[in-house]
Ligand binder design. Structure first.
Ligand code: ASP
Length: 334
C-alpha cells in the first residue's frame, strides 16, 4: 500500500513536470565548411552544446526563464570564441565596447547596457539595469560605474583581448585604408568566416510557461563614433513577451534597428495571429528585402522553435525537455 502511494506520488510529479525549451545562437555570417577551420568548428560545436546543457540543467531544476537566459549568455560571453565578453571585436580606436540586453516576457521588463568596456559580463549589467533602476537603457562609463557599484564583476581590458580578433581588425583597417573612406561611418564588412559576426543570444521557455530573451555583443569590427547596434535595443535585436514569443537576433544591426526585427515577429503573432514559424519567415523576408544580413532564434509559449537566417550559416542550437541531446548546427544545410 505504502509503495503504491509513493509510486502514485512520483507519477503525479512526473506528469506535473512541464515542458521547457532553450534556443541559442553564436552569430550569423559567411559560415561555411570553406571558411571555418575544422578545429574551430569542433570548439564552437562543443561550446554551443555545453551552453545548451547548462541551460537544460537549470530549466530541469525549475529555474525561471530570465535566470536561465542570463546564465547561458554569461557562459557564452566567457568563451573567447564569440563576439561577446571575452573575444569581443575591436572598434575603430582599437577598444572593445560591448552591448547587451535582457528582457522578461512576464512583464516586458528589460534592461540594456551599451558601450561598456570593463564589465566581465555585460549581460549581468543589463540584468542590473532591469532590476535595480527605473530605466531600460544605460550607456558608456556611467552605465559601467552603476553596474560595478551594484556588484557586477570588473575585468581589465587585457582580459577581453583575443589575438585573432585583433588580427582581423588590422586587416579590416588595411582594407579601409586601401578603399579610402568608402566605409566611413560604419564597419568594413569583410568575408572571413566566423570573424565576421559572433554575437550571442539565448531565448527560453521555462516550466511555468514564461519566456525570456538575452543578447550580448561587441558589435561590428571597426565600428565608429560610439556606434550602438541592434543587440541592446528592445524590439530590434532582443524581445520577449509571454503572450507571443522570445527572439534574439544577430547580423548587420542597422537593418535590424530600422526593421524592428525582433518586435515584428512578436507583432505578427499578436496582431495577425500567425504561428511563430510563419511570423519568423515573413520577418526574415522583410530583412532580406531591406538587404540586411543575419538571422534570429525564437521560441513561443508552446515550445516551438525557429532558427532562421539569410546568411551562409548561423551558429545555433536548441534543446527541449523531451530530447535526450541538444541539436547544434553551424551551416545552412545540416
Ligand atoms: N548585430 C550585431 C550588431 O550589429 C552584430 C552581430 O550580430 O554580430 O552590433
Amino acid at each position: 500500500m505504502k509503495h503504491s502511494i509513493t509510486f502514485l506520488f512520483l507519477f503525479i510529479c512526473f506528469l506535473g513536470m512541464a515542458e521547457y525549451t532553450i534556443v541559442i545562437h553564436g552569430g550569423a555570417g559567411t559560415i561555411s565548411k570553406k571558411t571555418v577551420r575544422t578545429e574551430t568548428e569542433l570548439e564552437i560545436r562543443t561550446a554551443l552544446s555545453d551552453a545548451l546543457k547548462l541551460g537544460d540543467k537549470l530549466l530541469a531544476q525549475g529555474e525561471l526563464a530570465i535566470v536561465v537566459v542570463e546564465k547561458v549568455v554569461m557562459f557564452l560571453e566567457d568563451s573567447p570564441l564569440f563576439n561577446a565578453g571575452k573575444g569581443a571585436v575591436f572598434n575603430h580606436e582599437g577598444r572593445q565596447e560591448m552591448d547587451a540586453c535582457i528582457m522578461d516576457g512576464r512583464d516586458l521588463s528589460s534592461g540594456a547596457v551599451a558601450g561598456v568596456t570593463n564589465l566581465k559580463n555585460p549581460i549581468v549589467g543589463a540584468r542590473l539595469v532591469k532590476d535595480s533602476t527605473r530605466h531600460v537603457f544605460l550607456s558608456g562609463d556611467r552605465a559601467q560605474e552603476f553596474c560595478l557599484s551594484k556588484g557586477a564583476e570588473y575585468a581589465d581590458s587585457s582580459y577581453f583581448f583575443v589575438q585573432r580578433r585583433w588580427d582581423y581588425f588590422q586587416k579590416v583597417l588595411e582594407q579601409e585604408n586601401n578603399t579610402k573612406g568608402k566605409n566611413d561611418g560604419g564597419a568594413a564588412y569583410m568575408d572571413e568566416g566566423s570573424l565576421k559576426f559572433g554575437t550571442v543570444g539565448c531565448v527560453v521557455l521555462d516550466q511555468s510557461g514564461n519566456l525570456a530573451a538575452a543578447t550580448s555583443t561587441g558589435g561590428l569590427t571597426n565600428k565608429k563614433y560610439g556606434r550602438i547596434g541592434d543587440s541592446p535595443v528592445v524590439g530590434a535585436g532582443t524581445y520577449a513577451n509571454n503572450s507571443s514569443c522570445a527572439i534574439s537576433c544577430t547580423g548587420t544591426g542597422e537593418y535590424f534597428i530600422r526593421g524592428t526585427i525582433a518586435r515584428d515577429v512578436s507583432a505578427l503573432m499578436e496582431f495577425k495571429g500567425l504561428s511563430l514559424d510563419k511570423a519568423g519567415k515573413e520577418t526574415l523576408d522583410k530583412l532580406t528585402k531591406m538587404k540586411g544580413d543575419g538571422g534570429f532564434i525564437g521560441v513561443d509559449k508552446k515550445g516551438n522553435v525557429i532558427m532562421l537566417f539569410n546568411t551562409e550559416g548561423m551558429y545555433r542550437g536548441y534543446k527541449k525537455s523531451s530530447m535526450d541531446q541538444p541539436v547544434v548546427q553551424l551551416y545552412q544545410k545540416e
